[in-house]
Write a protein that binds this ligand. Structure first.
Ligand code: PMP
Length: 447
């Protein structure tokens, strides 16, 4: 049995009303835990950072989510990134439906792989050649192996607090997703430096000449609060990599096809050697991809000696979702609209901060934003540690009760989509003021 007090941390509604509001979800949560560890297939879905029990959803359409109890939410999770066009965009749904009718997967080449590869290559100048996989994790894991194979070096540099999926060598990180079960050989091959600190990276390069295969970086960090690269940081990385003969890998799994059609590399005008994609590229279908300079990509089997494979990689159904997504993005150019919506929301948050003096430092890049419940601006993992998870949890539950769904994690970026309209933003802002008041009051009582 689920203990109601644990299942329902304080929110906007009295406990009795909340029990009725989430009745079906609470019942399913109790049942599913018998057969799936924690009731989830990915840990942060379980509300373990914000407390309480996960909500079960039945349907998603445009900017809205609908739960098992029939409650409706304005969605700022966006499925953790994929829902760039909003949920169930008709063109994406039609493309996937008509493709799957001819067979979901062949395990053999087909023309949709060529079409999606060509669309990406004509959109992003640094990509001369690309491989499709099934998730962001696979994309990063494969890009790292390729970088090692290409350079003949073993070490990878990543930044403290970065998130690059759950393969061993990148999970050896200092972020909020650390894990046991990782062999020391995997973690000792990954070197860590603070984000936004070029000096630390230069020192590392100088101390370990000709050992570093690649520097792996999120051009905008999305999992330690939203952290932006300071002016000159990404350019500096590119120069240091060139100087020391290492590859620069951009992890654009969140930012790709989101912060701009050409991703963060278009926005910041940097050409990495390799780039990893996922999330928005598939418009909801499970996808990952990595690509870059042809000379490097030709090191992959069957041309070269770096192995990477996948039964479902590049399957027609996923390719159809990706093609439809990029075509709609190109035809409709929703980026100025998303920018406008995100700017309005962000401005509203800033106004509340100024008026009430709340200790938080929201950040934004395009349609991606972080509430950053920290009393100092978050610019690296040290400042990200100041994020007040208790206050965020109260904020999250207050808004959940009022039909606004945020990431159930104080550290993960929220997003909006092309389907979000001004009415969504205004309704959210109407509710955010009381939620902030509640959150910081609640947190101060705990101190
Ligand atoms: N890289 C980044 C920057 C991510 O945010 C994520 C997922 N949150 C990944 C890689 C891993 O992607 P996936 O969950 O599709 O494996």
């Amino acid at each position: 049995m689920i203990n109601l007090a644990d299942a329902l941390p304080p929110g906007a509604l009295p406990q009795s009303q909340r029990a009725a509001r989430y009745k079906a979800s609470l019942a399913l949560a109790a049942e599913i835990k018998q057969v799936i560890p924690g009731g989830v297939d990915s840990p942060f879905r379980a509300f373990h950072e914000v407390g309480g029990e996960a909500i079960f959803f039945e349907k998603a359409a445009g900017s809205k989510l609908f739960d098992l109890d029939g409650n409706q939410y304005i969605d700022y999770l966006g499925a953790w990134g994929p829902a760039i066009l909003g949920h169930a965009h008709p063109q994406v749904v039609a493309a996937v439906k008509s493709t799957i009718e001819n067979g979901a997967v062949f395990g053999a080449p087909h023309r949709l792989e060529l079409k999606l590869a060509s669309l990406i290559i004509e959109t992003i100048p640094s990509i001369e050649s690309i491989r499709f996989v099934n998730s962001g994790t696979e994309a990063v894991m494969s890009a790292i192996r390729l970088a090692r194979g290409f350079t003949g070096r073993e070490k990878i540099v990543m930044f403290e607090g970065g998130y690059h999926g759950h393969s061993d060598s990148v999970l050896a990180s200092t972020g909020h997703s650390s894990s046991s079960g990782i062999v020391s050989a995997a973690s000792s091959s990954t070197l860590m430096v603070p984000y936004n600190n070029l000096g630390a990276l230069e020192d590392l390069f100088a101390a370990r000449p000709k050992t570093i295969a690649a520097v792996l970086v999120e051009p905008v960090c999305g999992s330690m609060g939203l952290v932006k690269a300071q002016s000159g940081f990404l350019d500096g990385l590119s120069q240091l990599c060139r100087k020391y003969g290492s590859l620069l890998i951009f992890d654009e799994v969140i930012t790709g096809f989101r912060v701009a059609l050409g991703g963060a590399q278009a926005l910041y005008d940097i050409e990495p050697d390799l780039t990893c994609f996922g999330k928005a590229l598939g418009g909801g279908m499970p996808i990952g991809a990595y690509g870059g300079r042809r000379e490097i990509m030709q090191k992959l089997m069957p041309l070269g000696d770096v192995y990477q494979a996948g039964t479902f990689s590049g399957n027609p159904t996923t390719m159809a979702g990706g093609i439809a997504t990029i075509e709609v993005l190109k035809e409709t150019n929703p980026f100025p609209h998303m920018e406008e919506m995100a700017k309005t929301l962000f401005q509203g948050l800033q106004n509340l901060k100024t008026k009430k003096g709340y200790p938080f430092n929201p950040e934004r890049e395009g349609s991606m934003f972080g509430f950053n419940f920290s009393d100092v601006p978050v610019q690296d993992f040290a400042s990200a540690k100041r994020i007040n998870t208790k206050a965020y949890a109260a904020f999250f539950h207050h808004l959940l009760d009022q039909g606004v769904y945020l990431p159930p994690s104080a550290h993960d970026a929220a997003v909006l989509s092309a389907a979000h309209c001004l009415a969504d933003i205004e309704e959210t802002l109407d509710k955010v003021g009381a939620a902030l008041e509640f959150a910081f009051n609640f947190a101060s009582k705990l101190d």
